[in-house]
Write a protein of this length. Structure first.
Length: 358
């Protein structure tokens, strides 16, 4: 069997969830498991958190129904609500919570007869300028939703654009806009995503929405002491399947991006961009081989990549290679590739996932 696999440590996931709650001063926490739990497997991750999570958040009803079918009974929030009015009845029937971010969604709610009350999270555009109601329209939207008589509660929410930039005032600016736009409207609030949970303790939020931190990756580009407490959940690993000795001046791989400068031992790893390892990883990107630091050399291929074993004489065919995980930081690797750990995880494919810590 091909040795490439992603190990998913569910104990680490639970620890990270508990940390999110500890950092939130008694707030309730929706575990964000959209996009198949950022590549970690939404059903398994939600089941692992089932006994402690206050609820879950996903991008769309298809993702929510997958969790309901797997026996998840906790609240599930649809982060973009519904995409067409016909989903509303399913939302009521499956007891899903629903973001409303646009006027057309309020009109659909007004027009549609429902079998039960639904819980709406009304989104304010406090500066991200992607979705949500402008501050001057927010109170009217809130009142219009209440007037439908079809909702049991309206949670006031907004999303931060720059909470991962710890020295940037935009987050506090968004908070102030939120406080002004929602003043006098009753109901719980929800503002904090992972970077805000980790880095903005002064932002009040009755509900927090941690995503990336649950998976143990820091959303920050720089060191941040709280983020250091996160435990990586995914270890992407494989093995060396071939070794060759090359004299100086020999190219390795497509395009001869890397050329040996000294007598070299090059190891071939069963892992490539078709597995989700970033093709843009540069020469020198960190890998761990049987617990020893090494580096990527040459372009990443679809099914294989090459590493430098010159200084690791004990490494050979069968040696274990960690591409990211507890030893190689996914965030650091992502930075080297012009990406973010979110995308590295979401790109995972083909490799089987193996779960530990049920
Ligand atoms: C994805 C998402 C989150 C989680 O963000 P992280 O940065 O992964 O914590 C929170 N809120 C909304 C609205 C989202 O879309």
């Amino acid at each position: 069997m091909r040795p490439a696999r992603a190990l998913i440590d569910l104990n680490a996931l639970r620890q990270n969830y508990r940390l999110a709650r500890e950092l939130s001063n008694g707030a309730r926490a929706l575990a964000v498991v959209k996009a198949d739990a950022y590549g970690h497997g939404a059903v398994r991750c939600a089941q692992a958190l089932m006994n402690e999570a206050d609820g879950f958040a996903v991008a769309c009803i298809e993702e929510a129904l997958e969790l309901r079918e797997a026996g998840i009974k906790a609240p599930i929030l649809l982060l973009e609500g519904f995409f067409e009015a016909s989903e509303l009845e399913l939302i009521a029937r499956h007891n899903l919570w629903c973001v409303i971010h646009s006027p057309w969604q309020i009109e659909a709610l007004e027009r549609t007869a429902l079998s039960g009350l639904i819980r709406v999270w009304l989104k304010l555009d406090s500066g991200m300028h992607r979705v949500g109601f402008f501050p001057e329209d927010y109170a009217a939207a809130y009142k219009r939703i209440k007037a439908t008589g079809k909702v049991d509660e309206v949670v006031k929410m907004t999303h931060f654009a720059r909470a991962d930039e710890l020295d940037c005032s935009a987050t506090i600016g968004q908070l102030k806009t939120f406080q002004r736009a929602t003043a006098g409207l009753e109901g719980a609030t929800s503002l904090r995503n992972s970077p805000a949970v980790l880095g903005w303790p002064e932002v009040p939020s009755d509900w927090v929405r941690p995503g990336i931190m649950l998976y143990g990756a820091t959303p920050f580009e720089t060191e941040q002491p709280v983020a250091d407490q996160l435990q990586p959940v995914m270890t992407l690993e494989s093995r060396i399947i071939s070794v060759r000795e090359l004299p100086p001046g020999e190219p390795v791989g497509y395009g001869a991006r890397f050329v040996t400068r000294q007598p070299s031992r090059i190891g071939v790893v069963a892992m490539g961009y078709a597995d989700g390892y970033p093709r843009h990883a540069p020469d020198g990107a960190p890998v761990m081989i049987d617990g020893h630091a090494s580096r990527l050399v040459g372009r990443v291929s679809m099914d294989m990549l090459t590493v430098d074993l010159t200084d690791l004489p004990q490494a050979g065919v069968g040696s274990q290679v960690e591409l990211w995980g507890r030893q190689v930081s996914a965030s650091q690797l992502a930075g080297l590739c012009g990406s973010i750990p979110y995308q590295l995880f979401c790109n995972l494919k083909r490799v089987p996932r193996q779960y530990m810590g049920e």
